[in-house]
Design a protein around this ligand. Structure first.
Ligand SMILES: NC(=O)c1ccc[n+]([C@@H]2O[C@H](COP(=O)([O-])OP(=O)(O)OC[C@H]3O[C@@H](n4cnc5c(N)ncnc54)[C@H](OP(=O)(O)O)[C@@H]3O)[C@@H](O)[C@H]2O)c1
Length: 385
């Protein structure tokens, strides 16, 4: 079946790989949503001829509309534009690949419409896990994970019973700074942090991988996607990024998913699920995997993973606060206004000052998010004094 898809965050790392996969599958692209990269969006419009596209900024949208005068594609702007694209009728799959909390409302809009959502935007589930899963239950929306680890777990769960799961084993590459000491981390640069050993991803998630916050976000994401408590989620560092994650069952069997690190595979599985389709991607040759190693994460040197477990235990608005403080701290680091080792300190300070609201609605989450961003800026400023 040739599906029709919508891609939110179409100009990013996941977005562009999704369009590559969609082109190979011959899928139709109904709608696209981007931030500000209208040069790339223009090319995508000419190639995929979507009905509607949306751009974050009004000015950029006006410019794109001028450039696309002779095309039938309608150009929208702002958050309402992204929501309109997310809600488009006729979409078989909505790919949610906007980075950060900006993806929350458009993703929620698709979920409320009962769509099948291929979810890459992990911040949505981290900040609003209760809300998103409750809304999905009510509307009948299906959430298919795109994150390679969660796709692996999702695949390992197929044909088995959820209540017979003993634990989930989430693997982590360990990032570029695995094995470093706290003192060494004080000197790392933006360029070093952006040089991930195994994956080529957007800047924000690459920094999250270097701090281990990415794994923390994924623990929270896994808690909501698979409805399992945190004590049933184990994180192991696996530097080769071949075993993408695993599920241990009550009988002691461990079922894992292995493949080369290539995001196009989990993206394709999310688009074609429940089918598996042939593709041209490079194949894993087990004869060339002489070593598959596993180790405990070092949460003393990389406290972000511990902070994520703490946020999950505190519940309510705490994960939203942690996420917002992290987004702010990462932006400050990427713009060279703070040091790498300040990231966990900023998050810790903000979390310590927050009393979580239980069972938050969207308004509570947005309030907590914006409070945490202000607090994070203050915490960062005091570290620089
Ligand atoms: N990259 C990976 O391999 C990977 C793997 C697993 C999960 N994820 C998750 O997938 C999400 C996307 O990651 P990425 O690496 O693809 O990020 P990225 O390369 O930075 O791309 C982000 C996308 O979001 C768009 N965007 C940013 N702010 C927006 C806004 N306010 N409204 C609409 N669009 C906006 C960007 O548009 P412009 O570029 O036009 O500004 C771009 O298309 C993240 O949540 C990440 O954690 C990524």
């Amino acid at each position: 079946m040739k599906k029709k898809i919508v891609v939110l965050g179409c100009t990013g790392s996941i977005g562009t790989q999704t369009l590559e996969v969609a082109a190979e599958l011959g899928y139709e692209v109904l709608g696209l949503s981007a931030g500000s990269n209208i040069d790339l969006l223009e090319k995508q419009v000419l190639e995929f001829k979507p009905e509607v596209v949306s751009v974050r900024d009004d000015k950029a949208a006006e410019e794109l509309e001028k450039r696309l005068k002779s095309s039938a594609t309608r150009v929208l702007s702002g958050e309402e534009g992204a929501i309109h694209v997310a809600e488009m009728d006729g979409a078989d799959v909505v790919v949610s690949a906007i980075v950060g909390i900006a993806g929350l409302k458009p993703t929620l809009a698709a979920i409320r419409k009962g769509r099948t959502v291929a979810l890459a935007n992990k911040e949505t589930l981290v900040a609003a896990g209760v809300l998103v899963t409750r809304e999905a239950k009510e509307s009948g929306a299906v959430i298919i994970p795109v994150d390679s680890e969660h796709s692996a777990i999702f695949q390992c769960l197929q044909g088995n019973r959820r209540e017979q799961v003993e634990k989930l084993i989430l693997t982590a590459s360990g990032g570029p700074f695995r094995g470093m000491t706290r003192q060494e981390l004080e000197k790392v640069t933006v360029e070093q942090a952006l040089a991930h050993p195994n994956w080529n991803m957007g800047n924000k998630i690459t920094i999250d991988s270097a701090t281990l916050m990415n794994k923390g976000l994924e623990v929270i994401e896994a808690r909501w996607l698979f409805d399992l408590p945190p004590e049933k989620i184990q994180v192991l560092v696996h530097p080769q990024s071949i075993v993408h994650s695993a599920v241990e069952y009550v009988d002691g069997s461990v079922i894992a998913q292995l493949a080369l690190p290539d995001m196009r595979l989990p993206i394709q599985y999310a688009l074609t699920w429940p089918d598996r389709l042939a593709n041209s991607f490079s194949r894993l040759d087990l004869l060339r995997c002489s070593q598959l190693t596993f180790e405990e994460p070092d949460t003393d040197t990389f406290p972000c993973l511990r902070l994520a477990f703490e946020a999950l235990a505190a519940g309510g608005t705490m994960p939203a606060v942690m996420n917002a403080a992290n987004e702010t701290a990462v932006e400050l680091f990427l713009s060279r206004r703070n040091k790498f080792h300040h990231i966990p300190r900023i998050i810790d300070t903000v979390m310590s000052a927050h009393s979580p609201v239980e069972n938050p609605d969207l308004e509570d989450i947005e309030k907590a998010d914006s409070w945490a961003r202000t607090q994070a800026l203050k915490a960062a400023a005091s570290l620089n004094r």
